[in-house]
Design a protein around this ligand. Sequence first.
Ligand code: ATP
Ligand code: MG
Length: 202
Amino acid sequence: MKRIFKLGVMGGTFNPIHLGHLVAAETIRDEFKLDEVLFVPSGKPPHKDNDEIASPEHRWMMTLLATASNEFFSASAIEIERGGESYTRDTLLQLREIYGKDTEMFFITGADAIVEISTWHKTEDLPKLAKFIAASRPGYKLAWEKIDPRFRKSTYLVEVPALAISSTEIRRRVREGKTIKYLVPEAVEKYIYKNHLYQPKT
Ligand code: ATP
Ligand code: MG
């Protein structure tokens, strides 16, 4: 029997990527015995106000820097290369092509994001494409009743060590001149300052 490759897919704006993302992905990788976790920074995020968004190139570089030291982590530029708005369905279809049919896909999200899924673009066949794993993000209790019933069967909730970190908070701290040490990997911290990201507009 062919062995099924278990692929975790972590989508996000990663503006910037932080320890909350990394701890959630690593905890889930371990618990679900995933062979690989692929971080996929979005091109143009359809759900975000674009004002404060670092360029796709910067977000891609930070994602690479943050994932490089974990042998199970990798990063994919497919959403950035595709351009336009990034839809999870298109990404999962494209990954199915790339990885082949003997791959089981697990889409990793925070507990906040999974609830939004039913509002996403063309979601009917998403539960057929992947299982969904929601990380219990601090401050968000998973509202099962708010999850589209079609998704409930293929959705798992995993408790991850609580890290009340968000990209919004990191950007705010940089803008206010506060430290972000230990909230993002050191290489990402250095990259942010070197490239003057998230600085107040002058
Ligand atoms: P922003 O504050 O700009 O919305 P974010 O911190 O939510 O950024 P995203 O890039 O939007 O980061 O998140 C990508 C995915 O990671 C989403 O599914 C989100 O729910 C999840 N996530 C973000 N932060 C955490 C965290 N601290 N713990 C668990 N999951 C998280
Ligand atoms: Mg978010």
